[in-house]
Design a protein around this ligand. Structure first.
Ligand code: SF4
Length: 488
């Protein structure tokens, strides 16, 4: 069979011909799909299953046999029923349509279902390619629609697909995008058949609409402390790059930089750490004992799990809390990790109410996130409304001295994340841990709770989760201790 241009390859080719060429001609050079990407795919499949309920008389065409799917789709067109996953092949282009819905006597509607919460430009290109495929195969396409998640939907009992999804008619936008599609398809087929990989210099296209899977390879030539580690201003980074400036230390003196960027440049050139003692003291003065160091781990599934939950709502399944009574005392650790599929929210609120007391600072890193989680918990359980008011008044954001560059070390690069700050200040890190960040934690929890993990795996992952979340709050204590030391 000649090399085909499928929908996903077409979209990759629009992002970058080098990416497309490598996918087809050197598939072994493509990095394996990581757990986060796999998780996103799995969510997409689940969303697709609910979407099919919008078309109860639809026919599901098996996808395991490539040509079998195409032949079956061709045959089933005569049934004039909604078809799920109909493979359409025309010449060298191929697409599988999420839902091909019959309209009028002999026309069809393309319905593409996405797990996003709005229509994006890349979706228009996606559907334009499907329409091109269908029309070349002789189908009359009347309309094109995009189905996406209604993020205002609130689960109440069984999931209601009619409420969960919004369908938008995108026919006009698809028509406009389709104007030059044949030319683009021709160009990309040329790329595929070329013996050599196209030369493409790095640019904004490496990051949009998706971060390219080959980024690590293509960007590997950049030096340590490259201009892409500058805080803020994507446009400035690329503009410096286009001027031939690769390293922060090579940025000319007369280049307009923000205060933060100037501090970065200074730290890279001198090798010093930037410390603003006065500002750090002012921050530390806001802390009132007892100190409560709080961190949530959350899941944010596309399909809400519990009643009162919206799609993608960050919902806690775990917390870690360290309490330091006074300047002299050792921290006391408390933690919670949900068990099985029971809704953990009532127990989390109940435990926090008894642990957080009525006075003292509640310290979180990026506290806006913890505050948001608490607000949404209380939205679902309004009996805690008065308690929450008192809690929010005591919250302190430990990110603040770092996002404001009152402390900066060049190893942080362009981030003030706890992991980078902790490592810069104390040399301690998360490298040895099986769970290395919040996304890992969320995926691991979803796998042991809603997947088919063995008892042994569940026990191991639970221990890892507890250890990971504990380090987040313990790490905050170390950071505050270090700030105290630096401020003297
Ligand atoms: S990293 Fe950038 S240049 Fe390299 S293949 Fe991807 S999009 Fe193209």
């Amino acid at each position: 069979m000649p090399q085909l241009l499928s929908k996903s390859k077409y979209l990759s080719g629009l992002q970058c011909p080098k990416l497309l060429w490598t996918m087809i001609n050197q598939p072994g050079s493509m990095p394996a799909v990581d757990t986060v990407t796999q998780f996103v795919f799995d969510q997409g499949h689940l969303v697709g299953e609910y979407a099919r309920q919008l078309f109860p008389d639809g026919i599901d065409i098996p996808q395991d046999d490539f040509m079998g799917n195409i032949f079956a789709a061709k045959k089933l067109l005569a049934a004039r029923k909604p078809l799920f996953e109909a493979g359409i092949l025309s010449g060298k282009i191929y697409s599988r349509v999420d839902i091909l819905n019959p309209v009028n006597e002999d026309e069809w509607e393309i319905v593409e279902m996405k797990s996003s919460t709005s229509v994006k430009d890349v979706h228009i290109d996606d559907v334009a390619f499907q329409k091109c495929c269908c029309e070349k195969a002789g189908l009359k396409i009347r309309t094109c629609k995009l189905g996406f998640i209604n993020n205002q939907y609130v689960k109440n009992g069984e999931i209601d697909p009619q409420e969960l999804f919004l369908l938008e008619d995108i026919s006009t936008r698809v028509e406009e995008a389709g104007g030059s599609i044949e030319e683009r398809v021709y160009d990309l087929l040329e790329v595929i058949s070329s013996r050599t990989c196209p030369e493409v210099i790095i640019g904004q296209h490496c990051l949009e609409p998706y971060e390219c899977a080959l980024r690590a390879e293509c960007w590997a030539f950049l030096p340590e402390n490259s201009i892409f580690d500058l805080r803020g201003g994507k446009t400035k980074r690329f503009s410096l790059y286009q001027q031939g400036i690769m390293s922060i230390k090579d940025i000319p003196d007369d280049t307009p930089l923000s205060r933060q960027q100037q501090i970065q440049r200074e730290c890279v050139i001198t090798g010093n750490t930037h410390v603003d003692k006065e500002e750090i003291r002012l921050f530390l003065d806001t802390l009132k004992y007892p100190l409560y160091y709080l961190d949530f781990e959350t899941i944010a599934p596309a399909i809400p799990i519990y009643d009162g939950m919206r799609p993608y709502q960050a919902t806690p399944f775990q917390f870690s809390l360290h309490i330091v009574e006074n300047d002299e005392s050792n921290p006391a650790h408390h933690s919670f990790l949900a068990e099985e599929t029971e809704d953990p929210r009532p127990r989390i609120l109940y435990q926090l109410q008894s642990l957080l007391g009525s006075e003292g600072s509640i310290i979180a890193y990026h506290a806006g996130f913890e505050e948001g989680v608490l607000r949404e918990l209380v939205e679902a359980f309004p009996e805690y409304t008065d308690w929450l008011r008192g809690i929010l008044a005591r919250m302190v954001d430990l990110l603040s001295p770092f996002s404001n560059f009152h402390y900066y070390h060049a190893s942080q690069k362009d981030t003030a994340s706890l992991k980078k700050v902790l490592s810069a200040m104390t040399g301690k890190g998360y490298e040895e841990m099986s769970i290395g960040d919040g996304m890992d934690a969320s995926i691991a929890y979803a796998r042991i709770t809603y997947g088919s993990a063995t008892d042994e795996e569940i026990a191991r992952v639970r221990a890892d989760l507890i250890e990971y979340c504990k380090l987040d709050t313990e790490g905050m204590i170390w950071v505050v201790d270090e700030l105290k030391r630096l401020s003297n």
